[in-house]
Design a protein around this ligand. Structure first.
Ligand SMILES: NC(=O)c1ccc[n+]([C@@H]2O[C@H](COP(=O)([O-])OP(=O)(O)OC[C@H]3O[C@@H](n4cnc5c(N)ncnc54)[C@H](O)[C@@H]3O)[C@@H](O)[C@H]2O)c1
Ligand SMILES: [Zn+2]
Length: 354
């Protein structure tokens, strides 16, 4: 069964979620068959690009080539971006071409930024293959790169023409990466509350890769993200709530030299946010956070890092405004506050406590 979620962004599109979705149906209305290029990485490509290319050719597409980058966050770099752009040029792609980003969030962000800027922009179709990409990064139009100075410091907005999440792709995803996707699922469930929050009881089944549990959680997450993006596409306000757990999470990722996976860093960042939320608003969601993270097999302890170096990384975060740290906190499940100022001594205290 394939479900679809509409994203009412400035250029609306649909997200298809399910096992073996009909690519033709999903692309109808989004992109007429023409010239396409597949950008992927060294894990998703070998596992899934052949089937995608075959399906596209059956639909009348000309696949000019496959651009494969090395798997991993390090490929969200200016150097890899340059090599992708030059490959697109060598393949002779013009303005009418469509870029299919087949991979996790790295491929989606990197390929998306290439699509955004190649010849001032070509069509982008997101084919997310990691759970994190399916529930979060493929939806909403943020594309970009990292710099050695920090994550996501280069970027833009490009809404995809369509997002197609074939849950069969998850069959080859490593368990640790599945848990990382569940971290973003938990994040949005805590922000959304209601039915979505209650559906987090499906986490153990999703961890066991039960298809119905996974699909239900993906649909909740995509539906929630779509609503947030429709209301605040360019992050003037509300969209900032999606950074729950990310203020500390991004800093941890940087301070750990990217050894900590994004979802794991976010999991730990949410524990810090829960601690701060308790101090600010009195709602004690700390053990609930730990229960949910445990259900998704996510870490609950900070690796051997000193709080100072984490704080140092936080100071470099682009979301920090004029010397203060801004957090997304929870008054309650389903009641986020964003832009909450927290002074450094308190951040340090919380980091040490968590
Ligand atoms: N644009 C956004 O709105 C947004 C939102 C959240 C995160 N992100 C970005 O997304 C990135 C993290 O995404 P990610 O966790 O998907 O990382 P990733 O793209 O590195 O994928 C994780 C790992 O799983 C592998 N993989 C992916 N799909 C696979 C499959 N089906 N089978 C086997 N292996 C597979 C990848 O090769 C990689 O090794 C970060 O760079 C983060 O900044 C962007
Ligand atoms: Zn994230």
């Amino acid at each position: 069964l394939v479900a679809r979620v509409s994203v009412a962004a400035s250029t609306p599109y649909e997200v298809f979620v399910g096992r073996d979705p009909d690519l033709g149906e999903a692309l109808a209305g989004a992109a007429e068959p023409g010239v396409g290029v597949v950008v992927t990485d060294s894990n998703a490509g070998p596992a899934h690009s052949e089937a995608v290319i075959r399906a596209l050719r059956d639909l009348g597409w000309t696949v000019a080539g496959v651009v494969e980058v090395v798997a991993g966050e390090a490929s969200k770099s200016l150097a890899t971006y340059e090599s992708v752009l030059r490959e697109l040029a060598r393949l002779g792609l013009d303005r009418e071409a469509t870029l299919f980003a087949l991979g996790g969030g790295v491929v989606g962000d990197l390929g998306g930024f290439a699509a955004h800027t190649y010849m001032r922009g070509i069509r982008l179709v997101q084919l997310p293959t990691s759970l994190l990409a399916m529930v979060d990064s493929s939806v909403g139009g943020k594309v970009g790169l990292d710099l050695p100075e920090g994550k996501n410091l280069v970027g833009g907005f490009l809404q995809p023409a369509a997002v197609i999440a074939d849950t069969a792709w998850l069959d080859t995803l490593p368990d640790r990466e599945l848990s990382c996707g569940l971290a973003e699922v938990i994040k949005m469930g805590l922000l959304a509350g209601g039915d979505y929050y209650r559906a987090l009881e499906l986490l153990p089944a999703a961890l066991e890769r039960d298809p119905e549990a996974l699909e239900a959680l993906i649909l909740h997450a995509v539906g929630f993200k779509a609503r947030v993006v429709a209301e605040d596409e360019r992050e003037g306000g509300l969209r900032a709530i999606l950074n729950y757990g990310h203020t500390v999470g991004h800093a941890l990722e940087a301070a750990a030299g990217y050894e900590l996976l994004h979802g794991e860093a976010v999991a730990l960042g949410m524990l810090a946010a829960a601690e701060l939320s308790y101090r600010r608003y009195g709602a004690d969601l700390r053990s609930e956070h730990r229960r949910l993270l445990r259900a998704a097999n996510l870490p609950e302890d900070l690796p051997e890092l000193d709080a100072e170096s984490v704080l140092e990384a936080m100071r470099r975060d682009k979301k920090r405004r004029s010397g203060e740290h801004r957090f997304v906190l929870l008054r309650e499940v389903g009641e986020p506050e964003w832009g909450v100022k927290v002074e450094e001594p308190e951040v340090l205290e919380v980091l040490e406590r968590v």
